[in-house]
Every structure is written in C-alpha cells, then in structure tokens.
Design a protein around this ligand. Sequence first.
Ligand SMILES: C[S@@+](CC[C@H](N)C(=O)[O-])C[C@H]1O[C@@H](n2cnc3c(N)ncnc32)[C@H](O)[C@@H]1O
Length: 220
Amino acid sequence: MTLPGIDIPDELVLESTDAGLELRQRSDRPGNGVRADLSGGRRGTHPLARALRGAQGVVVDATAGFGGDAGVLAALGRSVLAIERNPVLFTLLEDAHRRLALEVPTRAEAVTLRHGDARDLLSGLESPWNRAAAIVLDPMYPGRRSASALPPKPMQLLRALLRPDGAMDDVETLIASAFRTEARRVVLKRPPEAAPPEGVGKPTFSIESKLVRWDVWERG
Ligand SMILES: C[S@@+](CC[C@H](N)C(=O)[O-])C[C@H]1O[C@@H](n2cnc3c(N)ncnc32)[C@H](O)[C@@H]1O
C-alpha cells in the first residue's frame, strides 16, 4: 500500500497488516516489519522514571520516532506531547495511537501527537506543554551503535528512511530550542560514548546503562 502524499525510499514499504501499519524493507516478508508502539513496553524501573523523579507534570518527547519512549512516559502516568517531523514515522505513530485507544483508552488519552519540526514547535507550545516538567530528546546519533539503542531492525529502517536528510539530527539546535522553553528539565538520550553537547554546560546528572546514557539538565 502506498499512502497518498507520503514519499518513501524505494527499498522500503509502508503497509497495513492485521497487527497494524508497518514499515519494512521491500525484501522482507509482509508482517516482518516494524510498527510504532506507544504501549509502554517492558515493566520495571525505567531510566526515564529516574530522570524525571521529583519533577511533576507533563512531558514533551520532541523526537518521538517509533514511540517507544513516549509510550514509556505515558505508562509512567505522564501526559505526553510526542513530536515527530518525519511523515512516515508520524503516520506510524497515528496508527499506534489508534491501536492504543482500543486497548488502553486512558493511556491513549495521555498521548498527544504533533507533526512538525520540534525546533520550530517548541517555541510556540500552548498550555500545559509550555511548562513541561521535561523535554526528552533522542536524536539520531552518527556513532557505531547509534539510533540510541533501538533494536537492530527499527534502527536499520530509521537509517534507510532518514538517510536522505543526512540521517543525523541537528542535536545542537534541537537542544538549544529545548533550553529556550520553560521546561524544568531537559533530558538527552545518547550512546554512552557520545561527547556532551556544546553550549549547555554539564548535565546536572546522568543515568548510564550499557547502551544508553541519559543526560539530565535541571533548570531553575
Ligand atoms: C532515534 S529516533 C527516536 C526514537 C524514539 N525515542 C523511540 O523510542 O522510538 C529520532 C527521531 O527524531 C526525529 N527527529 C529528529 N529531529 C527532529 C526534529 N527537529 N523535530 C521533530 N522530530 C525530529 C527523527 O525523525 C527520528 O524519528
């Protein structure tokens, strides 16, 4: 299936399956692709819970991707604004949101999707998002493991999908936009070996796991 108005690289297919809309390599079997997922995934203490501890309120996920982190935030009881600029990923997120609304309606109500570039949208957010407890950023990273610890298949698909944009998101301007808001925390998800971003000082604290480092800046 081709969705009208959505450009997609030749090697990829966006297709409806019984389980929902999926993105896959053309060479993969139908059903073997990746869907966005806002259901919150695994249980247990997620590093995002620690990153947000002590900061009450709504959260903005400015780089929603396949929705994994936005889903975790909603599962943690937060209202989440999930921003995504890529139209294919946004369409996948809309599909995930419809599925979540059928499965866990209250959870779906906690998630608001917005299509656009976070670098523009963050400066004009309305209440309650303009006073978020935190803005979470998970831009693509050029390093070896990259794409911030997504499992291999979603990571490959993201790379194939975003390659025409240079794949590497502009972390410095993204984080600068986040710092211009009144959000009380800025949370940046990076591979452990990534250098800290320039111009924003040292994070207040970091949470490290094998594949990911969460840098957290507490503000005012
Ligand atoms: C590594 S993925 C995020 C994965 C996501 N955290 C998850 O759990 O699935 C990065 C995403 O950020 C999006 N992105 C990058 N820069 C953006 C921007 N300025 N505004 C909105 N979305 C952006 C990319 O299109 C990509 O989908």
